[in-house]
Design a protein around this ligand. Sequence first.
Ligand SMILES: [Zn+2]
Length: 253
Amino acid sequence: MTEPIRLLVPNPSALTLEGTNTWVLPGTNGTPAVVIDPGPDDFAHLSRVRAACPDGIEEIWITHGHLDHVGGASRLAEWTGCSIRALDPQISMADPLRDGERGEVGGMAVVCATLPGHSSDSIGFIVSAPSGNMMFCGDTILGRGTTQIVWPDGNLAQYLATLDKMARLVEQYSITRLMPGHGPIVHDPAERIARYRTHRLERLDEIRRAYAAGHTSVAAIVDHVYGDLVGDTQRAAELTVRAQLEYLELSAN
Ligand SMILES: [Zn+2]
C-alpha cells in the first residue's frame, strides 16, 4: 500500500491559491495508478503526472468539471489509454461516478460521495490510506480561505447540505485529512467544516442586512460586504452573492 502524491499545477492565482492540486493514487506491485484532477491542459504538468505513474494510469477521476481541474484530462487519457470518470456523464468516458460507489486503488479502499454546491457535479473520494482515512474534496473545501459558489450551477442550499454530509462522513469514516483541490492538506476536517458553515451563515446575515439597508444591486452588495475587489475575485464574489440572494429569496436589481 502506498500514500497519495500531490503534484502542484503552476497556475497560481487569487482563486486557485498556489495552483490546482493533482493527486496521484499510486498502484502497488506494478498495478496502474489513479489520477484525481489532472488540472488544466498544461503540457509540462501533464508530463510530470505521467512520469509519476510509471505503471500507467487505470482511470482519471474528476472532482468537478471546472477547467482548472479537468482541462488536461483528455490529453492525459489519450497519452495513456485510460478512461475518465466524473459525476457529469458529459465528462465521463466510462460509467459516470455514483454516490456511494466503492472501489480500490493500490490496496486502498475508496468510497465516492457527491458534494454538490460549489458546482452541481462536485464529488469527493474517501480513501483509506495506511496513514489514515482521507477525503479528496475538490473545491468544496479549500486548504486556505473559503470557496465560491459558482452560481447558477452552484447552489448555496445544496452547499450547506453538503457541509452537513461531509461532517457526517468525517465521523463515520474517521477521516483525519481533507485533500483539497487548492491549498494545503486540511488536518482538522471537523473543525474546518464547522468553520465553513459558520462563515457562510455570517455572510448570509451580512447580505441580509446590506440588502435591508438599501444595497440591493449585486455590485453594491459585493462592495459593501466583500470590500474592494478586482478581476477574478470580484467576479467570483458576484456569483457567490447571487447564490446567496437566491438562497435568501431576494432579487437583485
Ligand atoms: Zn478549482
